[in-house]
Design a protein around this ligand. Structure first.
Ligand code: ATP
Ligand code: MG
Length: 433
């Protein structure tokens, strides 16, 4: 049975636990006799055995508010088991039978085999894989209904709409809900819904998770994962060693989108979100042309992060996203926008923006004495006036600045986010006194 170890959360329970692996073809329950001896690789091997066609490198579990937490190491596995043990004990104390520990592999596909280290058996064989028709039905009906959402505070307000922190009662999770007023026909509403379908297929640790979208009267609500660190535009100057890790995540997120033939089209600090776990994720990418067009009709202001070729109305592609990466990171490093801030009210603004489109004016460069050579080079390359001279996706990942910080060190970002949030809280408290 169980090896007693007083340093581990299961020591007192000395009993097996049931891990439920959620796979595309159903739930697989695995009985684990000695949870204290389980390690990350064993579990990953078991998952890969039941999903041989998938490339599973990690899995997730849900915390008490339904937030998905990724497990990629023994440390994180220990934290998950400890969390589960507490939940199990609480359920027992309330006279309930403990639920299995549910884990969600990152990946899809099927096939079931028995694995030597963990005993697996089917519980249900219901298909969890969403077909296109099913997705459409879910989107049209709204997988999350307006009445199931409890709105909490307002997180921010952009040009398109307002973002709220909200709680989804049935899903038991915290969400960010973006509400956009749109005066459009039902036909166009349907088109937007169908264009948003691709969001269900996006599965990357560097892209915000999409849960659902629905129309209520003339407003669309888009429900996504909530990031407790918010967006990068509200952080002041970000130190280079933190910015390096953020840049790696942004480049990986964009590379993922580009691999799906999606251009982001709105790369800027307010669309880069962080959390206290040190994750960095991109949001608000333009998957729905119809939605982008509909918002554009009521759009006040302009996007100062746009590449020169976009501002001057030429054709653009991936390289336009790369420009926006450059100017965004320049702003995040300097703590201010590198050009005079402009507001799109009259034709003067066109003039102002065109000033960096004009061939006579070179794009700005980071001050070499304040930043490393690699970082300055990275920004300069991303902001080359000629789109083709900017790095292509694979060159971005190979850039020495990105290579230097591509070390999976989420701790650096996590500590920095926590410190900034702490400072912000202290300032708010001082303001109240
Ligand atoms: P624009 O409308 O020009 O794109 P924006 O990105 O600032 O500007 P919104 O996308 O409406 O505007 O977002 C408003 C704010 O809400 C963001 O700046 C961010 O701070 C916050 N926010 C958005 N999504 C989330 C999320 N998933 N989790 C936490 N905060 C979020
Ligand atoms: Mg945004």
């Amino acid at each position: 049975m169980f090896v007693v170890d007083l340093n581990n959360p299961f020591a007192m329970d000395s009993e097996a636990i049931v891990i439920r692996i959620k796979t595309p073809i159903g739930d697989m329950d695995s009985s684990v006799d000695c949870p204290s001896l389980l390690n990350f690789n064993d579990l990953l091997v078991a998952i890969r055995d039941v999903m041989p066609e998938a490339t599973v490198t990690a899995f997730e579990y849900e915390d008490e508010v339904g937030d998905r937490i990724t497990v990629r190491s023994d440390e994180e596995l220990k934290a998950m088991l400890s969390y589960y043990c507490n939940t199990m004990n609480e359920q027992r104390m309330n006279g309930l039978l403990p639920d299995p520990l549910q884990i969600f592999p990152r990946g899809t596909r099927k096939i079931f085999v028995t694995c030597a280290s963990v005993k697996l058996f089917y519980v249900t064989s219901c298909s969890l894989k969403k077909s296109s028709a099913e997705l459409k039905r879910i989107l049209t009906n709204g997988q999350i209904n307006a009445q199931d959402i409890h709105y909490q505070e307002q997180l921010g307000h952009g040009n398109g709409g307002t973002v709220y922190k909200a709680y989804h009662i049935h899903g038991k999770r915290v969400l960010a809900v973006k509400v956009i007023p749109l005066d459009i026909t039902v036909e166009l509403q349907k088109q937007i819904m169908s264009e948003l379908e691709i969001l269900y297929k996006c599965d990357s640790p560097y892209i915000i998770t999409f849960f659902s979208a629905f129309f209520v009267e003339n407003r669309i609500s888009i429900c996504t994962e909530f990031m407790d660190g918010g967006s990068l535009d509200v952080y002041k100057r970000i130190p280079e060693h933190v910015l390096g890790r953020i840049a790696v995540a942004v480049v990986k997120g964009l590379t993922y989108l580009w691999s799906l033939k999606i251009l982001h089209r709105d790369v800027k600090p307010s669309n880069m979100l962080v959390n206290t776990r040190g994750q960095v994720k991109l949001c608000d990418f333009g998957v729905s042309t119809q939605l982008v067009n509909s918002i554009a009709k009521t759009y006040v202001g302009t996007n100062v992060y746009m590449a020169p070729e976009r501002i001057s109305g030429e054709q653009y592609g991936i390289h336009a996203d790369v420009w926006s990466v450059g100017i965004s990171f320049m702003e995040l490093a300097l703590g201010m926008f590198p050009y005079p801030q402009v507001i799109m009210i009259d034709e003067n603004i066109i003039y102002c923006l065109n000033s960096f489109c004009s061939p006579s004016q070179d794009p700005p460069v980071l001050p070499v004495e304040q930043f490393s050579e690699k970082f300055v080079h990275f920004i300069t390359q991303c902001m080359r006036r000629q789109p083709k001279e900017r790095p292509a996706p694979n060159n971005l990942m190979d850039h020495s600045f990105i290579v230097q910080y591509n070390d999976d060190n989420a701790e650096v970002v996590s500590m920095w986010v926590c410190r900034c949030l702490e400072e912000r809280r202290a300032q708010q408290n001082q303001g109240r006194v």
